[in-house]
Design a binder for this molecule. Sequence first.
Ligand code: ADP
Ligand code: MG
Length: 363
Amino acid sequence: MLRGLSKDYGVGVGAVSGVDLDVQRGELFVLIGPSGSGKSTLLRLIAGLESPTAGEVWIGGRRVDPLPPRERDVAMVFQNPALFPHLSVFENLAFGLRARGVPGAEIDERVKRTAVQLRLDGLLDRRPETLSGGERQRVALGRAIARRPAVSLFDEPFSSLDAPLRVALRAELTRLHGELGATMIHVTHDQAEGLALGQRIAVMDRGRIVQVGVPRDVYDRPATRFVAEFLGSPPMNVLPCAVERAGDSVRVTVIDGPRQASWTSEGRFPWSDGPTRVDLGVRPEQLSVGPEASSSASITIAMEVRRLEPQGHETIAELSLGPHRIFARLPAHTRVAIGDRPHVGFDPSALVAFDPTTGVALR
Ligand code: ADP
Ligand code: MG
């Protein structure tokens, strides 16, 4: 659908650089990345609100990048819903259909169906100013889907809402997608929202798509250190290590770590026969701490507990290993206390390795 798509505003690095992407018909696809990574620019290129410096946009077998926005059959929803303040919810939902000359009876039918799908049916006579933020955003979503475009583009539509509402609308969007089977591209900087919502996700970093896949795979097998650290809260722990192979075993030493930050493992790992200097990563939930240290953890290292952050259902521990900070997830009722030096266990086969220069995962 997108071929070699680039947008350069002439300010050094391109806002979008050489993006190739195929979104399937009927898919709920999520584009995630930090602020400034090019997500909005990419959506605006698809919608036709920007013209590319290079590359092509295809929708449903038709090349659309030379066409103006209204001939592309796409609808876009923005962070701040742009509703017509002087029109009722009904007329806001009907606006795009009227502009396209859809007959009155069909407009009536489609608006009412959309209102039911978005639970707006009790609000059709209201003006936008009398609605809550969540309701306004649902009207904006409704206006996009009432038109039944080939692709709906959502640019952080929930990010100005408070957390419970964001989570509720996330569920609504999933349900709506299931009912409509429409093609949707949703953009967010919130990695948790992306993982929860996307059938597939793409992670953007500085104008490029660095990884595409189902959320589980991208989380478990990040293609780069950037992806590993962008996904997850707290993110993956990544430490600089020296690797030395000796016969059937491999010796790993954490660089700048204290004396105990070193271990020997039997066997081979994807990272044990390559360069001698690698960055090794482990997710906080793959560490077991102190009395809870699980038996599957074959390596243990003593670390000092610096901070504990209760989350209700669990406690996040910040540990130190010399100058390095490490996050682990502990049970809510952990006995571990600040200042303790518990053993922290992990399974070396669960470690992910990255090239320290390029950040690319070694597999
Ligand atoms: P995101 O939506 O991921 O936060 P954007 O697509 O808005 O990122 O921006 C990507 C990059 O392009 C940023 O560095 C931003 O400053 C730049 N940019 C976006 N729009 C313009 C513009 N109209 N003119 C110049 N630079 C822009
Ligand atoms: Mg943006």
